[in-house]
Design a protein. Structure first.
Length: 235
């Protein structure tokens, strides 16, 4: 016997007396609210994350504002007069050095220090300088005068060999020396603070040029245009 036509079969509606189709609930799913415990844990994690981020930012700010930067040393000029290597080593040396304090919040005081003119690890002249102050974010010019004396020659390792090497360089119209400044003030940063330590400034490769073989005066060669910054070495 034929069943009467029922339009609901073709309209996607469930028939009377039958279980509804699964897709009838596809867009009517009920999402339950998160349990109170889960919301509490999420809140705590968010607070901890914000606190950690604030701590990192505070450490960075403290490092920038509280941790001072070690002063910068630059050699502007070096000259020598009365320079000879025969029969013995003589010379009156002069150096002009800039000490720059880059700190905006740290006043710089530099204690008494020694400046030596070094040739092949030996001091060929030296001088003791009085302490001075450098204001915040300012620079100070230091003028050094030193002369070679018998004590310098006596302190040399293999003085005859060193004098021979100096003579050969002088004959080539160039003598290369370094400048050593000891002690200098340096800063080691710490979290939210800093530690002041003593260090040594080494200014290497100062090429002293002589115009000819007869003159006894020489001056720092600046033809390469390179700045003569000093390196800081912690003691």
């Amino acid at each position: 016997m034929d069943m009467p036509y029922d339009g609901r079969r073709h309209s996607g509606q469930p028939q009377q007396g039958y279980a509804p189709r699964h897709d009838a609930f596809e867009f009517n799913y009920v999402y339950r609210a998160a349990a109170p415990e889960k919301r509490k844990i999420h809140y705590i994690m968010t607070v901890l994350y914000v606190l950690s981020l604030c701590f990192v930012v505070m450490v960075v700010i403290a490092a920038i504002t509280l941790n001072p930067i070690t002063p910068i040393y630059h050699v502007n000029d070096v000259r020598v007069k009365n320079f000879t290597t025969k029969p013995t080593l003589t010379g009156d040396w002069y150096a002009n050095i800039t000490v720059y304090n880059p700190n905006k919040g740290q006043f710089g005081y530099f204690h008494k220090f020694n400046v030596d003119f070094i040739y092949n690890n030996d001091a060929i002249a030296g001088s003791t300088m009085a302490g001075f102050n450098v204001e915040k974010n300012k620079h100070e010019l230091v003028e050094v005068h030193a002369s070679t004396n018998n004590e310098n020659i006596k302190a040399m390792i293999h003085p005859e060999l060193k004098l021979d090497e100096l003579t050969k360089e002088r004959d080539n119209l160039f003598v290369v020396v370094s400048i050593k400044i000891l002690p200098v003030t340096a800063f080691i940063p710490k979290i939210g603070s800093y530690m002041e330590v003593k260090a040594m400034a080494i200014c290497p490769g100062m090429r002293i040029k002589f115009e000819n073989h007869t003159v006894t005066e020489g001056r720092l060669d600046k033809s390469d245009g390179q700045p003569n910054f000093c390196r800081i070495m912690f003691l």
